[in-house]
Design a protein around this ligand. Structure first.
Ligand code: F6R
Length: 612
């Protein structure tokens, strides 16, 4: 959830740290801090509650701190409220060691009590400070920083990515990781650690992904990596294949808007290389027809919007595969004693590849003998390293906390995987298969055309932004799509919103519909259009204001019934959510804009949820 960065080199560290933190602020933004070591002033630590800008102003963009070695942190609070003291870096009692941490130390209380008995006093309420103090304790024992880190890691339980500097080591930055992301970057004027490639991409594309249990020692000219026994390990370098502009706003008012607009291209990149001569080809998976036939059960597990992709896919895959498909929230899956065996395929979906619940669900599935396939956006992330098979969504870096292009590419990729499996199983007729593939190839173009004229969504948002409770209703794929539309709206505009399967409304929730309640009625799934009309009439009869979303061919009929109507182009019915979700994303965006919300960094949220 938090973002960490470190630099050691031949340039002033503080501005580099601030720049990297700014690019990772989506990871957490309730406080920020840096520690920089200088020859003359020793360790200089500055931290502040609130957005990074406050810290940056406080140290004049970094100009106040001299030194070419430093660490930085942007926080999403877990242990201890967001305030100046709980902000990282944390410094050991005698002031020699400073540390930034992303993760959770589970046995921190026990260690804290032990150190307190030895007379150590603590400044903050955090689990992370405990590690800074423990490090000092071990360093005093052995007078060797690498050894002290090794001893410390053997005592702590939980997840971590650490960046550590020590006043006695003026040219070294130490890093360690377990279950929290950490990359090493090889720059021209120095070397880096960071939670995310976006923080260092301005300086280098040459990166190494640290593995669990590893410790790295960086100097301006070298990076040495060790395993948990402090034995040196050789690491594979990766060249990041996107450049800095992909992680910048590029003239757009918000990352979210930019990312919505990037969707046609992101989908194209995700699907084009995987469709050859009208057939879905997934080179990265090696699944024989026999193996496909031996699958008796399929689970899809994920969190948030990625889970909503699973909801759409359940409908589509059951249609295509004629096999039971269960969708399970990752946070529930692991505790539900899931019926997974070696005939079970478990799909995990995650943009970040770091979501702790999703990761834990995948481990549970593997433990029970299931075959795991991960759909992930971030290359080299934790989930990628443990899944049996991986398919990347090529959405590029997604910076806005609310996902848009990652959702769309996950959805498109899941449709491809569904077709791939259906072909292996022989469960779909050739004509149907061809029609879906052909329509998939047209998706980016149709979406692009629709995005060229978004005035109606903007207008409806300005008409409805003052509502304080909004319902999304739909059946089947429209219901699954509504879940995402509703989540988008609530997370960035803070309007209470719920998505309901239309048929379920009259079993209780309809009592909340009163004159003026806004209902967003979703009717893009052609086979159920008549049912859709009946449900709209039902809520209209209770005084609801209805904004309908349908397809171009049903739009006319709908205009007579609804108060406002949006239409998207037609595609194959099972692909309709890919087009339908775009107006819902934009509606949420414009509503949040009208309400003056902080669209890219909504309150209380962080992009990568690495805590349970
Ligand atoms: C909502 C959103 C979240 C994520 C969820 C899972 O806009 O972004 O609901 O979808 O936290 O994250 P990943 O996909 O990274 O596992």
């Amino acid at each position: 959830m938090c973002g960490i960065i470190g630099f050691v080199g031949r340039e002033s560290a503080a501005p580099i740290l601030l720049d990297g933190l700014a690019r990772m602020e989506y990871r957490g933004y309730d406080s920020a801090g840096v520690a920089v070591r200088s020859e003359s002033r020793g360790l200089q630590v500055r931290k502040s509650k609130g957005r990074l800008q406050i810290l940056s102003d406080m140290i004049h963009g970094g100009a106040d701190l001299d030194g070419t070695l430093g660490i930085g942190h942007t926080r999403w609070a877990t242990h201890g409220e967001p305030n100046d003291i709980n902000a990282h870096p944390h410094v050991s009692e005698n002031g020699t060691i400073a540390l930034v941490h992303n993760g959770i130390i589970e046995n921190y209380l026990e260690i804290k009590e032990h150190l307190q008995k030895l007379g150590v006093s603590f400044a903050s309420d955090t689990d992370s400070e405990v590690v800074a103090q423990l490090l000092e304790y071990h360093y005093n024992e052995c007078h060797n920083m690498l050894e002290a880190v090794g001893r410390c890691l053997r005592r702590i339980e939980g997840s971590y990515a650490f960046g550590i500097i020590c006043a006695d080591y003026p040219n070294a930055l130490i890093a360690a990781r377990k279950d929290s992301p950490l990359i090493l970057g090889y720059g021209k004027n120095g070397n880096f650690i960071a939670s995310d490639v976006t923080a260092v991409i301005k300086y280098t594309r040459d990166v190494v992904y640290m593995d669990d249990g590893e410790i790295a020692v960086l100097t301006a000219d070298s990076i040495d990596v060790f395993d948990d026994e402090l034995v040196p390990v050789e690491k594979q370098h990766h060249l990041v294949d996107w450049d800095v502009s992909a992680a910048e706003k590029g003239g757009y008012p918000h990352f979210m808007f930019k990312e919505i607009m990037e969707q046609p291209e992101a989908i194209r990149k995700t699907i084009s290389p995987r469709i050859r001569d009208g057939r879905v080809v997934l080179d990265d998976i090696c699944l024989t027809c026999e193996e496909a036939r031996s699958i008796s059960r399929i689970f899809i597990t994920a969190c948030g919007s990625s889970y909503h992709v699973g909801m759409v896919s359940k409908y589509n895959w059951e249609r295509l595969l004629r096999r039971p498909v269960e969708v399970c929230l990752a946070s529930e899956f692991r505790y539900s004693d899931p019926l997974v065996d070696d005939h079970t395929l478990v799909i995990v979906i995650s943009q970040s590849g770091e979501t702790l619940d999703t990761m834990a669900a995948m481990r549970e599935a593997k433990r029970r003998g299931g075959r795991t396939l991960a759909i992930v956006n971030v290359v080299g992330s934790s989930i990628v390293r443990e899944a049996d098979d991986v398919l990347y969504t090529w959405a590029g870096p997604e910076i806005a906390v609310a996902t848009t292009k990652a959702y769309s590419t996950q959805l498109a990729l899941m449709d491809l995987v569904g077709l791939y499996l259906a072909e292996k199983l022989g469960s779909v007729e050739q004509g149907e298969y061809d029609a879906i593939v052909a329509e998939m190839e047209r998706l980016p173009e149709k979406m692009q055309a629709w995005l060229g004229d978004i005035g109606d969504v903007q207008y409806f948002a300005s008409r409805y932004f003052n509502h304080d409770s909004i319902f999304f209703i739909g059946r089947n794929l429209d219901y699954a799509m509504g879940l995402e539309g509703s989540l988008k709206l609530k997370e960035i505009s803070y309007i209470h919103s719920e998505a309901y399967a239309s048929g379920e409304l009259k079993h209780g929730t309809i009592s909340l519909i009163e004159p003026g309640t806004l209902v967003v009625a979703l009717g893009t799934y052609a086979p159920l259009f008549d049912k859709f009309i009946s449900n709209v009439v039902e809520v209209k009869a209770r005084g609801a204001e209805v904004m309908a979303l349908t397809t171009e061919s049903f739009c006319r009929k709908m205009e007579k019934t609804a108060d406002a109507t949006l239409a998207v182009p037609e595609t194959h019915p099972i692909l309709q959510p890919s087009l339908g979700v775009v107006p819902l994303q934009l509606f949420a965006y414009y509503v949040a804009l009208q309400r003056g919300c902080d669209i890219d960094k909504p309150r209380n949220l962080a992009k990568s949820v690495t805590v349970e």
